[in-house]
Structures are given as C-alpha cells and as structure tokens.
Design a binder for this molecule. Structure first.
Ligand SMILES: [Zn+2]
Length: 215
C-alpha cells in the first residue's frame, strides 16, 4: 500500500495570523485534525462551500468552509444541526457534509471588528477579485495593497482587497487610477454588521440556513 501523507484539513493555503474575534475555534492542536484526505481532496470546491456556524445559543456567529466545519465536528467541538445531501469520501468512510454546525461550548464574541487577516479579507470580499470582479478559490487570490506599500499604503482594512494574480500583476506598483483599474467597492472594516449581512447573503442560497438567520 502506498504511503499516504496525513495532512491537516487546514494545511492547504497560507494562513495569515489571526488574533481575536474569530468564532471558528482556531486554538486546538493541529495534531487532532489529521485526516487521510486522498478522497476528500477530490472535490475542493465542495470542501470550500460555506457552512453556517452557530454559537451554543444558536446565534449565528460565523461562516466557515466545509473543510473546517468537518474538523470541528470530528474533534467534538461542534455538532451538526443541518446536513447537505452530499457526502465526501475518505479512504474508509463517507462523511455527510454539514450545512449548519453549532459550537458545543459558548464562545464569547467581542463586539469589535474582526481580526485583520487574509481569511477575513477574502471573506469580506466574498472571494471576488475587487478589480476584475471574478470569483476565485482562496488559493488563487492574493491581497492587494490599493495604495502600494512603496507609496506609503498601509496594511489595513481600508487598503487591502482580494485580488486575482492577473490583476495583481497588471497593477504592479501603481495605484488603481494609474493602472487603469477600478475598485468594485470601497474596502471597509469587517464589522459584526458586515458579518451578519454576509451570512444573510450567503444564506439565501441555502434553505437550511434560513431559520437561523431570518428571525
Ligand atoms: Zn482580477
């Protein structure tokens, strides 16, 4: 039998440092999430589908990816409240794909805006390149400094946007105006309000989310 490399669900893609305000239980040891993923890797799009995360009190607090949600379920940190009809298959098992999960322990969510991280910027911009408007998987997006760092642009919610590699290359070390590019919308901090709006927006696609979001 060929050697399979055990790999964490989360080990793909770069992870920006996150500090506070996240609801997706990111502090567990990575050793707990090792899963043989040969089969799970075949449908990356499904594994990146959004899953609604509820607090222990059923309050919607976050949106995460199927991949991450399944790690939380396997670790016993969360339980599934609603399931998709689809399944993912690992070497030995079929796993039903969650649509809504609920954390088993109550998590205090600070009211301040979320941590500035790659993950949260892609979430805010809904994986949409802010210059060409196309939607990409996270791995095909980078962060663009609207005002380049070389020109004094800072790493802030207002100056960082999701950007595809093509637009990023063509923009280079220039401002959008200089490069003849136009921002889809003005980048703003990701507040709890943004988060709720986003959850509702995504929720329109999934009937199973409705009772948790539209009350
Ligand atoms: Zn683009």
């Amino acid at each position: 039998m060929s050697a399979r490399r055990p790999e964490s669900f989360e080990s793909r893609g770069r992870r920006a440092p996150e500090s506070s305000g996240k609801a997706s239980a990111g502090s567990e040891s990575p050793a707990g999430s090792r899963i043989h993923n040969s089969g799970l890797m075949r449908r990356p799009s499904l594994m990146q589908d959004p899953v609604l995360v509820l607090n222990a009190t059923y309050e919607p607090i976050n949106v995460t990816a199927v991949r991450r949600a399944m790690v939380l379920l396997l670790k016993g940190v969360a339980q599934a409240e609603e399931m998709h009809n689809s399944e993912v298959h690992s070497a030995a098992h079929a796993h039903r794909v969650p649509s809504v999960i609920r954390l088993l322990a109550y998590r205090h969510i600070p009211q301040q805006s979320r941590a500035l991280s790659r993950k949260n910027i892609l979430l805010r911009d809904r994986n949409t390149c802010q210059f060409c408007g196309a939607i990409f998987p996270s791995s095909e997006l980078t962060l663009d400094h609207v005002v380049p760092r070389s020109r004094g642009g800072r790493s802030s919610w207002e100056n960082l946007v999701a950007c595809c590699y093509r637009c990023n290359n063509s923009k280079g070390d220039r401002t959008p105006e200089e490069a003849g590019l136009k921002l889809a919308r003005r980048p703003r901090p990701f507040t709890l309000h943004t988060s709720r709006q986003l959850m509702r927006l995504i929720g329109h696609r999934d009937e199973r989310w409705r009772k948790y979001l539209f009350y």
